[in-house]
Design a protein around this ligand. Structure first.
Ligand SMILES: Cc1cc2nc3c(=O)[nH]c(=O)nc-3n(C[C@H](O)[C@H](O)[C@H](O)COP(=O)(O)OP(=O)(O)OC[C@H]3O[C@@H](n4cnc5c(N)ncnc54)[C@H](O)[C@@H]3O)c2cc1C
Length: 637
């Protein structure tokens, strides 16, 4: 396998313009003769499918939900970054680029990040033109707020429903193309295999989730915008349906998987409340603009927050990081929350929680302003916990939220399989070892509206894929493989439900490859994951049959893939014998407990190549070169 990132040479500011100019174009009259498959209708997939439909391609777009509008992107709350500098507070494309490279702890590719910062300003214009109702100042100009890891206000938002409003924008663009006949939408179709012919991606095999029918779809290029794999941990803030199957099966067909162990823990989630919980709820990072995080100074202090006087409280982020305070990046905020809870100063049942307190902000700004900014989040919190956050501080604790790892892609967002592209959370691209808040929406829309439509055109114009259809033997072979796996899952007829296995797997990964990791724990996790996977294939019970709507069967296939992915995550975490960003190896920390990178040995992207069942994956390294933002110890003090 060759890893060629195809990064443009020359000044970084001109790299994207230069490469776009050098890309080959497809004649407008010829575009309709080319079929492009887009799997996923979240922000990344919907924006890509809509734009390529508008360009004139014949697009087929797939999702497993009943409507594209139900993609997980709808859950995004806090906002989307853009270097518009509307506040004249010193923001610029270069500063967004700098913050993102530093925030990712110098484990991302500079040219990609610079392009992302450049495109960020176009995204806002595009979405405003679509009518996305961003929050505005009284004067009518677009409002901004701050997110972690930045000292400027560059986050555009629509109350606490930014993802939903952006998705409605992308969805209407998509539906326009569906109406124009250029996009065919196939909801409730799950991609279960990628078809590779002569070394190129030529289509996919899907299961119709209502009838159970297994179908083949041929194309000239395949784009995966299938989201992240945070649900490998079972409990996460992701939608329950989010899974890794599409990218995992592409990995097994030859696409390299990059940095699988880079998974993000979000510091502000509602704490776990019991064993039977199946989902965690995020409280948006935007709340850290006005909420102050604290715990009692004294360990074991069980008094209610109102009884703890100001001088008995420890506003530990403000104390340790005076420059960034409560707005330190997520990895730093999460580790600090864990540390104070480990010291016995956590609050709430089980002591796994810290306070996020709005009393000062309410006194300063008034309750109405706080309601305007975060009303829906406060309401959600109250409905779940039965506590009123206008009166008592919220209780929060870190939880799995985002995955920086994903399919390796080059500057053109193409994977190691020619013709296979990955966009949005499904690729590894821009966030290095730690994503800054409000940057995922930016990346998904940048990839979908602005990058992949050009790079897919370049691929089609250059590679000139010859015509094939789904009668090609490679499609029949992939269909047989999918049918066999389905039958195998149904035939185990064991004693344990899919959920029970998934919960146990999630616990292993959370405890050993979660907020902090060490060599012994990772080795132990590898053994446990392998043993549990073996038991899964002997003892899982999947009710129902394959020719009907069967949600246990859907889950069973996804959990089978999570088992294999969990193993790769632990292998990757073990191999990366340094701390960086969200990957905190306990063996490598500064005297005051911050992540300690090892640039000499680990300044590279780890890209893993599948070698076949039971064989260890092969590691390929893409060296990272920093010409503009020079690696330094991250400091938010
Ligand atoms: C609670 C929450 C709040 C967040 N808030 C923010 C925020 O404020 N700002 C920010 O920048 N980011 C935020 N994020 C992160 C951000 O929402 C996601 O990273 C982003 O929306 C992912 O978009 P996507 O298009 O890549 O994937 P998704 O929105 O996950 O879409 C995946 C699509 O792929 C389809 N799919 C998946 N697998 C298959 C398959 N095998 N076959 C067919 N279809 C498939 C799905 O049906 C879906 O349509 C938040 C995340 C969470 C969990």
């Amino acid at each position: 396998m060759q890893l060629d990132p195809r990064t443009p040479t020359g000044p970084i500011e001109q790299a994207w313009d230069k490469s776009r100019f050098e890309m080959k174009l497809v004649n407008p009259a010829n575009k309709r003769k080319h079929t492009v498959i887009v799997v996923g209708s979240g922000l990344a997939g919907a924006s890509a499918a809509a734009t390529m439909g508008q360009l004139g391609y014949n697009v087929k777009c797939f999702c497993f939900q009943d409507s594209p509008r139900r993609a997980h992107s709808i859950a995004a709350q806090g906002g989307i970054n853009a270097a518009k500098n509307y506040h004249s507070d010193g923001d610029s494309i270069y500063r967004l680029f700098y913050d993102t490279v530093k925030g990712g702890d110098f484990r991302s590719r500079e040219t990609n990040v610079y392009r992302l910062a450049q495109i960020s300003v176009n995204i806002i214009d595009q979405c405003v033109a679509q009518g996305v109702p961003f929050a505005r100042e009284y004067s009518g100009t677009l409002a901004n707020r701050s997110f972690g890891g930045a000292q400027v206000s560059r986050t555009f938002y629509a109350r606490g429903q930014t993802g939903q409003q952006l998705l409605l924008g992308a969805y209407q663009a998509l539906q326009w193309q569906v109406d124009a006949g250029r996009v065919t939408m196939l909801p409730r179709h799950e991609m279960l295999d990628l078809v590779v012919i002569d070394g190129r991606a030529r289509g996919i095999v899907t299961r119709d989730l209502v009838s159970g029918k297994i179908e083949s779809h041929a194309a000239d290029a395949v784009v995966l915008g299938t989201g992240g794999y945070g649900n490998v941990y079972y409990l996460s803030t992701n939608a329950k349906g989010s899974n890794c199957t599409a990218i995992w099966r592409a990995y097994k067909r030859g696409a390299a998987f990059a940095n699988p162990c880079f998974t993000q823990i979000h510091p502000t989630c509602i704490p776990v409340s019991g064993h039977y919980q199946s989902k965690l709820t995020l409280m948006s990072e935007s709340l850290r603009n006005d909420g102050r995080i604290w715990v009692p100074k004294r360990a074991g202090d069980k008094r209610s927050p109102g009884q703890i006087a100001e001088e008995e409280r420890d506003y530990y982020l403000e104390r340790r990081y005076p420059s960034f305070g409560n707005l330190v990046p997520r990895d730093v905020a999460s580790r600090n929350a864990k540390a104070v809870c480990d010291e016995g100063r956590g609050v709430g049942p089980g002591g796994l929680g810290v306070y996020l307190d709005f009393a000062d902000a309410i006194r300063r700004l008034g309750v109405e302003i706080i309601r305007e900014r975060y009303g829906n989040l406060f309401e959600m919190y109250q409905r779940i916990t039965d506590e009123n956050p206008y009166r008592v501080p919220m209780r929060i604790y870190p939880a799995i939220h985002y995955t920086m790892g994903g399919l390796w892609v080059d500057y053109y967002l193409m994977s190691t399989i020619p013709g296979l592209f990955a966009i949005g959370e499904a690729n590894f691209s821009d966030h290095g070892a730690n994503r800054l808040g409000a940057s995922a929406l930016m990346q998904g829309l940048s990839d979908g509206y602005f990058i992949v439509p050009s790079t897919v055109s370049d691929y089609i114009a250059t590679a000139k894929p010859e015509k094939i259809d789904s009668n090609h033997p490679a499609f029949h072979c992939a269909e047989r493989g999918v049918a066999e796996m389905t039958k195998r899952l149904l035939s185990v007829k064991g004693q344990r439900t899919v959920d029970s296995f998934h919960r146990e797997l999630g616990g292993i990964v959370w405890h050993n490859c979660g907020m902090s990791r060490n060599e012994a724990g990772l080795k132990e996790a590898l053994g446990k994951v392998r043993a549990l996977r073996e038991e899964y294939w002997k003892n899982v019970i999947v009710a129902g049959s394959e020719d009907e709507l069967n949600q246990s069967l859907e889950k069973a296939g996804r959990v089978a893939d999570f088992f294999e992915l969990a193993e790769l995550m632990c292998i990757d975490a073990l191999q990366r014998d340094e701390s960086c960003g969200a990957h905190f190896r306990e063996e490598h920390q500064t005297p005051d407990g911050e992540a300690l990178r090892d640039d000499e040995r680990f300044s590279y992207v780890s890209a893993w190549e599948y070698q076949g069942p039971g064989k260890p994956p092969q590691l390929h390294r893409e060296p990272l070169v920093f010409e503009y933002v020079h690696p330094s110890q991250r400091s938010y003090k």
